[in-house]
Design a protein around this ligand. Structure first.
Ligand code: UN1
Length: 506
């Protein structure tokens, strides 16, 4: 199906797809898919105003009723999963099973939010004063702004949208300029769910509750700067986070940052190498290395370094690179020419810093647009040390391999980068595995044993430390980021004792 057919199936009006100034492009062949309208900062301000008004009504709707909207969104996504996944493949270049997986992640978080709609509970706390009771409540927060990246163009929105909406907030979304079509399609599916919600006889949703505005950086800045935006959830590069977070902090807004990673796998002498090989290959080269959880570094014990390198090289050389819609292809295109240039620059730097590079060359798969698209062979780079380039996140299928002799050295190398998102160890030694997950082990937000760094489930909190930004999205208690906590003390006695035994007798 063409993009136009898919968008029609997904309920996007044809008028939204031509005459605009933002080019939607497929990385598969570099062709233009549509010309989409780009919003102005003024339009963003107006949208935030509508969202603020919608919030005032939505916060009063009982949470289980709000959960019904997410149940309907999940049901709508189930019906349209194949078409939306195909659009993700066209616009972000993911292989088909990963496109489907991304939409599955949206469905999963909707299911999670439905359950959550009856579990947004706080604590009851023992008061030190007689006849008093303390408790905490979680209240809706306000307008939630979402800035998302091209590489998970719809799942990351869904993590934020499902939690924000069930928590009683309104939503304004600024998607990546590189993936405006999947954003329009997702919004159309949400509007289908809203129409059903508003027709079922229950309390309806206010207009303007969830909006999407495609546009350039200044539209994202308008979202970051607006004091009516209570929480800005931003996913993307550390550079983007550095630009956005101080603007939000300057007005005392809340930020939820999910920025770059530089994820490593430690391979210990006891590792099951078959498992390690698959986990590393998928993590490093799957999704063409364009996940924030992609494996960028392998830290392998010197006793098995040669064997692992040899097996990794065999796997690397056998990977099908090409049109992500074709059977047998596991590595699709890079998102654009700039991504390819960044990959080449990283490989040149690695070589200059003493590395041995295998692969990484440009490919021109037949029927894929020639020079208009950017495909690269995955790269495997042996490094003599953790040099400057290894400490840098390059969003491409480049894997650096470093050796170690002692476990402590592996942990030091592991943590010796500025980012702290995801991490893994392959080991069958219980002591090593536990030490890796301990307070003195991996400093990342995600630390896995005998699975790779990428492909997290929605049930856990997702995010990381240091330059990754410290935010947590998705599962566990990440919902608390989307609410405000009120501590309440109730006096049901006939006295007014003061806390800490303070006396103030009139
Ligand atoms: C991202 O790359 O921004 O853990 C998100 C994973 C996916 C999400 C990645 N579930 O790889």
């Amino acid at each position: 199906m063409t993009a136009a057919d898919l968008l029609h199936t997904l309920g996007v009006p044809a008028a939204a797809l031509s005459g605009g100034e933002l080019r939607a492009r497929s990385p598969i062949d570099g062709q233009t898919l549509a010309m989409v309208h780009a919003a102005t900062p003024q339009a963003m301000a107006a949208a935030i105003g509508q969202a603020q008004a919608a919030f005032l009504a939505w916060r009063l709707v009982p949470a289980p009723r709000r959960g019904e909207l997410l149940r309907l969104l999940g049901a709508t996504l189930r019906v349209h999963q194949p078409a939306l996944a195909e659009l993700v493949t066209l616009e972000a270049g993911k292989v088909r099973s990963e496109g489907l997986g991304e939409v599955q992640e949206m469905i999963d978080i909707c299911d999670f939010a439905v359950g959550l709609s009856r579990q947004l509970h706080g604590l009851t706390i023992a008061s030190e004063r007689p006849g008093h009771r303390m408790m905490e409540q979680w209240h809706p927060l306000g307008v939630v702004g979402v800035i998302s990246a091209f590489n998970f163009p719809v799942a990351v929105w869904a993590w934020n949208a499902a939690l924000a909406l069930v928590c009683g907030n309104a939503l304004v979304w600024k998607p990546s300029e590189k993936t405006p079509l999947t954003a329009l399609a997702t919004q159309a599916l949400l509007e289908m769910a809203l129409r059903q919600f508003n027709a079922d006889g229950g309390i309806p949703a206010p207009g303007g509750l969830a909006q999407v505005l495609n546009g350039r950086a200044e539209v994202g800045q308008a979202l970051a700067d607006d004091p009516r935006v209570a929480l800005l959830s931003a996913t993307g590069s550390t550079r983007m986070g550095r630009a956005v977070a101080p603007r939000v902090a300057a007005r005392f807004g809340r930020c939820l940052l999910e920025l770059g990673g530089n994820n490593a796998v430690i391979v210990a002498p006891s590792a099951d190498l078959d498992l390690a090989l698959r986990g590393i290959a998928f993590g490093a080269w799957g999704t063409a290395g364009q996940r924030c959880t992609s494996t960028r570094r392998v830290i392998v014990h010197s006793s098995i370094q040669a064997e692992l390198l040899q097996r990794l090289e065999r796997a690397r050389a056998s990977l099908g690179v090409g049109d992500p819609r074709q059977a047998g292809v596991l590595v699709g295109p890079l998102i654009d020419g700039a991504a390819f240039e960044a990959m080449q620059a990283a490989l040149a730097a690695a070589q200059a810093q003493g590395g041995t590079v295998l692969g990484g060359e440009r490919r021109w798969p037949p029927g894929c647009g020639g020079d208009l698209a950017h495909y690269a062979a995955p790269a495997l780079v042996s490094m003599p040390a953790q040099t400057e380039i290894v400490c840098h996140e390059t969003f491409a299928p480049v894997l650096y391999v470093l050796g170690y002799d002692h476990f402590d050295q592996a942990i030091a190398l592991h943590n010796g980068v500025p980012q702290g998102l995801s991490s893994a160890i392959f080991s069958n030694d219980l002591r090593e595995a536990e030490a890796f997950m301990s307070a003195a082990g991996s400093d990342c937000g995600i630390a896995n044993v005998n699975i790779g760094t990428s492909g997290a489930e929605i049930g856990g909190a997702f995010g990381g430390e240091k330059e990754t930004g410290g935010g947590r999205e998705s599962g566990s208690d990440a919902w608390r980021n989307y609410m405000r906590r009120a501590t309440n003390t109730v006096n049901y006695s006939r006295q007014l004792p003061l806390a800490q035994g303070v006396k103030f007798e009139l």
